[in-house]
Ligand binder design. Structure first.
Ligand SMILES: Cc1cc2nc3c(=O)[nH]c(=O)nc-3n(C[C@H](O)[C@H](O)[C@H](O)COP(=O)(O)O)c2cc1C
Length: 387
């Protein structure tokens, strides 16, 4: 009898302790939503990262607007030469003294390139011939110049020493990770699966972007194929949160305070938003791309290999629909993108033919409201601050 009472007393007092902890946390969360492991790491005001954009869609204005607003502005350097990386970084530094993030693609040549022979190229040109004919363009010779190489681009990152270097499609080798650390550059790797997050933490990254299959742009997997790594963000965040200790940045389909709150509830310490910033006046996306992001049809996105040879998410258009079944016949990255450059103007402009253009977008594009990056930031901060 005595023993039963003791158990009763113990469980009631444990319950009491749990409730008071819960109350404290709730109070704390409401007051300090913006103070997380991630903001502590970088000394920034808000746990919001403007996603970097490759393909020439980043801009100095967007990066600096976001960093100056207290979040982390990013610049995707994927298409740039080392000289352009240095020049662009100087331009960013002229407009902000806040931390910013530069981004590269670690694996920038598909292994399949070596096997993609003349016969394969011929098959590719046959698929696209009707489109070239329609525009009155000649079929291009197989492109030889495949663009700048990651190894050279990384030397420019060492030279520029941004506060943050984020990367996708792999992990820099041990020496490069060591060099980044010794230069005081914080590293942020990107995971599409929990195994990738574990590998990134093992390599010593400072934070991990956990990116769900909702995200706009490329599926940046590196351990398994993109097709085998299509985890949604609601499943990915808690799995990654249980597996690693470093701060987690959730990405994919987050465009407003509801998304930020959900990501934090699932275990994220920050969010990375791409499409919402791409749609603003400050990004380098073409005017018709921005317009389409606000179109009711922006609900319909698709994962396609048509534009670059790697699986990526964008709005449906004529090309993605007509070539839906031909994904595996596309050339490997980056050859497919260079080939497609002949069909769509590069970088795409408003006057280039929308049938053949990539309109990158994440799955939540139809929720977008804001057309200015500063106003978007203000709205997020305002909404997050509400009880
Ligand atoms: C046009 C476009 C280009 C992108 N390029 C890159 C890139 O070069 N490097 C990278 O790490 N992420 C890239 N991303 C991913 C974004 O940084 C971000 O993680 C993603 O857009 C988040 O999903 P959301 O679009 O649903 O917000 C790109 C996204 C888009 C829409």
């Amino acid at each position: 009898m005595k023993r039963r009472n003791a158990i009763k007393t113990l469980s009631i007092s444990t319950l009491g302790a749990n409730i008071s902890t819960l109350k404290d946390t709730t109070k704390n969360d409401k007051k300090m939503w913006n103070q997380t492991k991630f903001t502590d790491l970088l000394g920034i005001q808000y746990p919001i990262v403007q996603g970097p954009f490759g393909g020439g869609l980043s801009s100095v204005e967007l990066t600096t607007t976001v960093s100056n607003a207290g979040a982390l502005g990013s610049f995707g350097m994927q298409p740039f030469t080392p000289e352009q990386i240095v020049e662009t970084s100087l331009a960013i530094r002229k407009q902000t003294n806040k931390p910013f993030n530069l981004n590269l693609w670690v694996n920038d040549r598909d292994a399949r390139l070596a096997d993609f022979d003349d016969k394969d190229y011929q098959t590719l040109t046959e698929i696209f011939k009707p489109y070239f004919d329609e525009l009155g363009l000649p079929i291009p010779e197989r492109p030889q110049n495949l663009g700048p190489k990651y190894e050279d681009q990384l030397q420019a990152i060492f030279e520029v020493k941004p506060a943050v270097f984020s990367f996708v499609f792999g992990i820099p080798n041990e020496n490069d990770m060591e060099k980044l650390r010794s230069l005081g550059i914080k590293t942020v790797g990107t995971a599409t699966t929990v195994d990738e997050a574990i590998a990134l933490e093992k390599a010593g990254v400072d934070a991990i972007v956990a990116t769900g299959m909702e995200a706009g742009g490329h599926r940046v997997s590196f351990l398994k194929s993109a097709e085998d790594s299509l985890t949604g963000l609601f499943s990915l965040i808690p799995q990654v949160a249980d597996a690693v200790k470093v701060p987690i940045i959730a990405a994919g389909g987050i465009v407003d305070a509801r998304g930020i709150k959900a990501a934090v509830a699932l275990g994220a310490h920050a969010v990375q938003m791409g499409t919402a910033f791409l749609a603003t006046a400050q990004s380098n996306a073409s005017a018709d791309h921005k317009e389409r992001l606000f179109d009711p049809d922006a609900k319909y996105t698709i994962l396609t290999k048509v534009f670059t040879g790697r699986l990526s998410r964008g709005l449906k258009n004529r090309l993605t629909e007509e070539l839906k079944e031909k994904g595996n016949l596309m050339a490997p990255y980056p050859l497919q993108g260079k080939f497609m450059g002949h069909l769509k103007a590069y970088p795409a402009t408003s006057s280039s033919n929308p049938d053949f253009k990539s309109f990158w977008a994440g799955q939540s594009a139809s929720l977008l409201k804001y057309k200015d990056a500063k106003v978007l930031m203000e709205s997020l901060v305002h909404e997050m601050g509400k009880v």
